[in-house]
Design a protein around this ligand. Structure first.
Ligand code: AMP
Length: 216
């Protein structure tokens, strides 16, 4: 099964990807995670992507398409979930071409959420620079304010979670990524899912839709 997970930043794509991957034994291919790993490792790709990511802008299509084509080539035949890719119509067209004759995308899961909720979710997020644990200043507080429960490290805000950058990421999403919903509605199956709910409810709704796909 080959799935694309679409949705604004902060819609819960990461969490729901983990659920789908575990439930259907698929490979999770997250463009954001691959970019962050490259940044941590100090690769050329990571260095090229850095300034775009910190500003909340998209990394140029060519860089992303080459990076994700390689990840897809290495993915198991059983299938994968694409998370954060494609993000532009150009990336979607190239993906279609690269998959032609090799089994297309089975479905697009589209997580729908209001901008105001995304703003609150993302700007309140804090993470541990040491172990990667994620907290929220309102909904998922650490035991001691500003300090990681696991290792006592001081929690930080990701540079791309500041209010200005979140606003830019949302604007970029509406302008460049949202048109993909119509692109895929013309060419295939799109499951619209209301994402402003308890993550378990969102998961149940996604699984109900995915069960309707024949090729499991
Ligand atoms: P994410 O974790 O998916 O929100 O991605 C973090 C950042 O990585 C984005 O704000 C972009 O700067 C960059 N990025 C991730 N995926 C893509 C993509 N498909 N196209 C362009 N830039 C991307």
């Amino acid at each position: 099964m080959r799935i694309i997970l679409l949705g604004a930043p902060g819609a819960g794509k990461g969490t729901q990807c983990k659920n789908i991957v575990a439930g259907y034994r698929l490979q999770h291919l997250s463009s954001g995670d691959i970019l962050r790993r490259n940044r941590s490792a100090g690769t050329d790709l990571g260095k090229k992507a850095q300034s775009y990511m910190d500003a909340g802008d998209l990394v140029p299509d060519r860089i992303i398409i080459d990076m994700m084509s390689e990840a897809i080539r290495e993915a198991p035949l059983a299938g994968f979930v694409l998370d954060g890719f494609p993000r532009t119509v150009n990336q979607a067209r190239e993906l279609d071409e690269s998959l032609a004759g090799d089994g297309a995308i089975d479905a697009v899961v589209n997580l729908k959420i209001d901008d105001s909720i995304v703003q609150a979710r993302m700007t309140g997020r804090r993470s541990c620079p040491k172990c990667g644990a994620v907290y929220h200043i309102e909904n998922l507080k650490p035991k001691t304010k500003g300090v990681c429960d696991h290792d006592g490290a001081e929690l930080v805000q990701r540079p791309d979670d500041t209010p200005e950058v979140v606003a830019n990421r949302l604007e970029t999403y509406h302008r460049q990524t949202e048109p993909l919903v119509d692109y895929y509605k013309k060419n295939g199956t799109v499951f619209d899912i209301e994402a402003d709910r308890d993550p378990d409810e969102v998961k149940a709704c996604i699984f109900e839709k995915l069960q309707t796909l024949v090729k499991l």
